[in-house]
Design a protein around this ligand. Structure first.
Ligand SMILES: [Fe+2]
Length: 499
């Protein structure tokens, strides 16, 4: 067997890769030739700024080489054919990070479109498209997609295929990127339920083989946050219905590390196993985006985190989803923002979804943490302009809601809830109406739809948001038809109307 470390092959000599018309790579990568592609998991980019973006890939290596390191070249070009390569370099894929690769490319121009690829001797990755954010001023419009909740068992990721075709400026993924539990569905997990680092890595690898998901990850930069299933269902902080804090702490550590390895993130886990996912992005003067983590820092699971009537200690003063540090960071960002729109990209429903005079509320969402929610509403109401839009996933339902305070009619914010990519499976009209029926009569709610799976597209200008709820007719088989189920416009006074 050849030793990869001692054989030097210039990948630039290999002409056979990529579609015709694409220039072969010029970056020289040391190592032995790969006889077949190790780029089984595609490419991705994420966490763009006005001058940088993180590029991601992973190598699938033979288990006998699990401890070895490999050089990986990368190129960023101004054009799809790689005639104008702007930057290139070498990274390494090591066993320490499961052969995942992160390259933080800096020195790019703002509001630019770029193309990138990775190279090992003898093989070239698929080409990814990415974008930087605008540094200042307002772009004429900013277009992004939103997704959440992709249970592989629920069906095919056709929504991602459709989103990829949109060539968005950005894609937000708001949690449940994978599911930890195993039960048969339209598709089946091939790996055991993850409980340790090897298990979570295997689960990520399994999801990342999906061609539709790969297409969307390669189509534009992603900004991700997690919900619960990236670790274990319905955990909060170090609390869980059946796992002890000690067991959950170790499981979290493994899951967080694997998440950081497999997502196009700039941040790395800290020595204590934590991962600071809350972070901000500025899109010129148009958007100030605060990405939240409503899982890692919860002080407890209120009322056991279950849905149902409020329990005796619901509404405790110090109950928190965000934790003090994140909440203070968020409040300061909101108060300091001069952007046309403030955006909260987060996981669980923010609006009051309490139904039947308190007979039913979901304590796993913001309804379980009313004191902290009230604090945030006070901040939003105190801004010189009410201009906050909350983006939400989690409940496998598409919705548009005006966030109302008790006994008020004017909206403090507008919440856009994106449907699941696949979780819950194809339901069809009329079958998915349980939650629709429960929340349909809420005063702030303008739209709720559970019937089919999909994603959400937003086009934002200085004046208004257009929100398009996209649905797939069936995800039981690949290639379902995608259509727009409903469109809304939200204007600067937070008045929303159906288009
Ligand atoms: Fe989910």
């Amino acid at each position: 067997m050849m030793n990869r470390r001692t054989v030097l092959v210039g990948a630039g000599a290999l002409m056979a890769c990529g579609p015709s018309g694409v220039r072969p790579p010029r970056v020289q990568v040391p190592g032995a030739t790969f006889p077949s592609t190790p780029f089984s998991y595609g490419v991705a980019s994420g966490d763009p700024t006005s001058d940088a973006v993180v590029l991601w890939t992973a190598l699938e290596v033979d288990p006998t080489q699990a401890g070895e390191s490999f050089s990986v070249g990368w190129e960023v070009a101004a054009d799809e054919r790689f005639e104008r390569v702007l930057q290139s370099g070498l990274a390494s894929a090591t066993g320490e990070t499961g052969h995942t690769v992160h390259v933080d490319v800096t020195g790019l121009a703002g509001d630019g479109t770029y193309f990138y690829r990775f190279v090992v001797p003898g093989q070239v990755s698929p080409i990814g498209r990415t974008r930087t954010l605008r540094a200042s001023g307002a772009p004429s419009s900013f277009r992004f997609g939103i997704g959440s909740c992709q249970d592989l068992r629920g069906g095919y990721f056709t929504a991602h295929r459709a989103a990829a075709a949109q060539q968005f400026d950005l894609f937000f993924f708001l949690g449940d990127f994978l599911y930890e539990r195993n039960r048969m569905g339209v598709r089946a997990h091939q790996s055991a339920e993850p409980v340790d680092l090897a298990g979570y890595r295997a689960r990520h690898a399994e999801y990342r083989r999906d061609a539709d998901l790969q297409a969307n990850l390669a189509s534009c930069p992603w900004v991700v946050t997690w919900d619960d299933h990236e670790v274990v269902n319905n955990y909060g902080g170090l609390s869980h219905g059946s796992l002890s804090p000690e067991v959950l702490r170790e499981r979290r550590r493994a899951a967080y590390r694997a998440y950081a390895e497999w997502m196009p993130l700039r941040v790395r886990p800290a020595d204590d196993g934590s991962l600071q996912l809350f972070r901000g992005f500025e899109v010129g003067s148009l958007l100030s985006v605060s990405v939240l983590d409503t899982r890692q820092y919860r002080n407890r699971l209120v009322c056991g985190g279950r849905a149902g009537p409020a329990c005796a200690d619901w509404g405790a003063e110090d109950d928190s989803m965000l934790g003090q540090a994140q909440r203070e960071w968020l409040e300061a960002r909101l108060r300091a923002s001069s952007a046309s729109w403030n955006v909260l990209a987060q996981q669980v429903v923010f609006s009051d979804f309490t139904v039947g005079n308190g007979a039913f509320l979901n304590h796993d969402q913001w309804d379980g943490y009313p004191v902290e929610r009230r604090r945030l509403l006070d901040v939003m109401d105190g801004l010189s302009r009410r201009n906050t839009i909350v983006l939400t996933g989690d409940i496998h339902l598409a919705a548009l809601s005006r966030v109302l305070r008790p006994n008020t009619a004017r909206a403090t914010a507008v919440e856009i809830v994106t449907n699941s990519i696949s979780s819950g499976g194809s339901q069809g009209e009329g079958n998915g109406s349980l939650i629709e029926g429960l929340v349909g009569g809420l005063p702030g709610l303008l739209y709720a739809y559970e019937g089919r799976r999909g994603y959400t597209a937003c086009t934002v200008t200085d004046e208004a948001w257009q929100v398009d709820f996209e649905v797939v007719d069936s995800i039981d088989a690949p290639g379902g038809a995608v259509s727009t189920h409903a469109s809304f416009e939200v204007n600067r006074e937070l008045l929303a109307r159906r288009r």
